[in-house]
Design a protein around this ligand. Structure first.
Ligand code: G1P
Length: 300
C-alpha cells in the first residue's frame, strides 16, 4: 500500500515580474482573489486534500507570506476589543490552517530546483506539489484531492494533473503523452517542458498539481538545466518514467485559472466574486453597465 500524502511543497520564490509594480514589495502570491491571497486559496485546497504540513519555498522579501499564516496578536487584540468577532474567527482560522514551514531558495534556478530545496523538510515520503499561480476550483472535489486519490491507486508511481489545452497553446506548458488506461489515466511515456510551437506530442498540459514519490529527489539532483536554462520539474519526472516507478497523468475535473497571467487573474477574481452571495447581483449589474458602455463606445 502506498503511504498517505501528508506533506506539500509550494514554491513561492518567483520574482513576479508579470505583476510589477504590484509585486515590488508584496509577493505576488499575496495578491488577493477578492479578499483572500492566492496562496491562501491554494493552501486551503491542500488542506481539503488531506495535507497537514506545507513547506513554502521562499525567496527574498517573502516574509509577508509567513506573517499571513501566523497569529497577529496586536491586530487580534484590537479586533477583540472592538467586538469584531467575525473578523477574529477568519484570522484565527488562517493562522491555524496547517503547519507551515519555510525554506529558502537562494538562487532562482527554476521550478525543479525550488522543489529540491524542500527535500530535507519533506524526507522519504510522497509529496504533493502545488503551484500557486494555478488556481483550481473543483467544487466538492479539490484538485489535489483528486490527485492524492489517484496516487493511492497507482502503486507508487507519481501522478500529475493535466488538462487539454487549445491547439497553439501547448508551448506555454509541460506537455505529456502516453497510453490511456481503463481508469482514464494516461500512463506517461513522453514529456516535454514548453515544446516549441508545432512540436508538442499532445495537447495534454500539466496544470500545477503533482503528487510525487520519494524517487523524485535523486531524479531532481541529477537533472541538468533544461528549458530557459533552468532545472525543470518536468525533466526530473521524465526520470520517474525511464528509471523509476513511472508516472500517470490524471485528467482532472474542475475549473483552472492561470492567476500568474493578468487576464487569468482578473478572470479568477470575477469568477470567485460571483460565487459570493453578497457580491453576485451588484457585480453582475456593474459588469453589465461596463459591457453596455463599452459596446456603445465601440459603435461610435
Ligand atoms: C510550470 C511548469 C509547467 C506547467 C505550468 C502550469 O510552468 O513548469 O510544466 O505546465 O507550470 O502552470 P510555469 O508556468 O511556471 O512557467
Amino acid at each position: 500500500m502506498t503511504k498517505a500524502v501528508k506533506k506539500a511543497v509550494i514554491p513561492a520564490a518567483g520574482l513576479g515580474t508579470r505583476f510589477l509594480p504590484a509585486s515590488k514589495a508584496v509577493p505576488k502570491e499575496m495578491l488577493p482573489i477578492v479578499d483572500v491571497p492566492t496562496i491562501q486559496l491554494v493552501i486551503e485546497e491542500a488542506v481539503r486534500g488531506g495535507i497537514e504540513q506545507v513547506v513554502l519555498v521562499n525567496g527574498r522579501h517573502k516574509s509577508a507570506i509567513e506573517e499571513h499564516f501566523d497569529h497577529a496578536y496586536e491586530l487580534e487584540h484590537t479586533l477583540a476589543e472592538r467586538g469584531k468577532t467575525d473578523e477574529l474567527v477568519v484570522l484565527s482560522k488562517v493562522a491555524e490552517l496547517a503547519q507551515i514551514l519555510s525554506v529558502r531558495q537562494k538562487q532562482p534556478l527554476g521550478l525543479g530546483h525550488a522543489v529540491l530545496c524542500a527535500k530535507d523538510a519533506v524526507g522519504e515520503e510522497p509529496v504533493a506539489v502545488l503551484l500557486a499561480d494555478d488556481l483550481f476550483d473543483g467544487g466538492e472535489n479539490p484538485g489535489i484531492a483528486q490527485l492524492t486519490k489517484a496516487y493511492a491507486d497507482c502503486g507508487g508511481a507519481g501522478v500529475v494533473a493535466v488538462m487539454e489545452v487549445e491547439e497553439g497553446q501547448e508551448h506555454k506548458y509541460g506537455i505529456v503523452a502516453g497510453e490511456l488506461d481503463e481508469r482514464g489515466f494516461i500512463r506517461v511515456t513522453e514529456m516535454v517542458e514548453k515544446p516549441p510551437p508545432g512540436t508538442a506530442p499532445s495537447r495534454m498540459a500539466i496544470i500545477g498539481r503533482y503528487v510525487l514519490p520519494p524517487e523524485i529527489w535523486p531524479a531532481l539532483e541529477s537533472t541538468e538545466r533544461g528549458h530557459g536554462g533552468e532545472i525543470q520539474l518536468t525533466d526530473a519526472m521524465r526520470a520517474l518514467v525511464t528509471d523509476g516507478p513511472g508516472l500517470f497523468a490524471i485528467p482532472i475535473e474542475g475549473q483552472r485559472y492561470d492567476a500568474g497571467d493578468k487576464l487569468g487573474f482578473l478572470h479568477a477574481n470575477l469568477a470567485f466574486a460571483l460565487k459570493r452571495n453578497e457580491l453576485r447581483k451588484p457585480l453582475l449589474a456593474l459588469m453589465q453597465a461596463l459591457i453596455d458602455a463599452n459596446l456603445e463606445e465601440s459603435q461610435v
